[in-house]
Write a protein that binds this ligand. Structure first.
Ligand code: MG
Length: 186
């Protein structure tokens, strides 16, 4: 079996944007960034007048993702697109990662699925994958089970908390189970 992919969402898993705004979560540092996706939301406002996006990032996530890189091929699966490599990777100490290029964004997916889901199934081309995102749910799991041949772990992360120990443990366990010939998790 080929190496599994690990699809990484930024806002939610790495940037716990839904945490209480007045209190930065422990372990995180604050960054102010102007990615294209943020600037595009501000229409005709001159770029220097747009308030930057506040992003909380945890350098420890970078270390732990690098460890998972022993088991997975890491891939950005985020509206940040290739800008995840320019804005997020350096803060987390990650190398430049592969990037999912979305044919469309923020449109309705089939069967009440999240807009990313069908694009990730197409991107994976049957390779086993794990996906961390704060917006996936049971409809997405059903869609992947029906349309993706390989094993998949759709792992929802709480956008108030970001990636936690239990999330990393689940990702590691899934990849290790794929390596043991006796089991084929779905
Ligand atoms: Mg998200």
């Amino acid at each position: 079996m080929s190496r599994p992919l690990l699809y990484l969402d930024v806002d939610g898993p790495l940037n716990p944007y839904a945490a209480k705004p007045e209190r930065r979560p422990d372990g995180y540092s604050t960054h102010r960034m102007k990615p294209q996706g943020w600037m595009a939301q501000h229409g005709d406002t001159p770029p220097h007048r747009v308030r930057p996006l506040r992003v909380w990032l945890n350098a420890d996530h970078g270390r732990r993702l690098l460890e998972l890189g022993e088991l997975y091929d890491l891939v950005w699966a985020t509206t940040w697109g290739a800008e995840a490599n320019t804005f997020i990777s350096p803060v987390l100490g990650l190398p430049e990662l592969a990037v999912v290029r979305w044919p469309t964004m923020h449109d309705a997916g089939p069967d009440s699925t999240f807009w990313k889901t069908r694009h990730l199934v197409a991107h994976a081309q049957g390779r086993p994958f794990a996906w961390v995102d704060d917006e996936l749910d049971a409809a997405d799991r059903g869609f992947v089970a029906a349309h993706h041949e390989g094993p998949a772990l759709l792992h929802r992360v709480d956008a108030r908390l970001g990636l936690c120990d239990a999330d990393f443990a689940a990702l590691e366990a899934f990849a290790r189970a794929l390596r043991s010939p006796a089991s084929e998790p779905r």
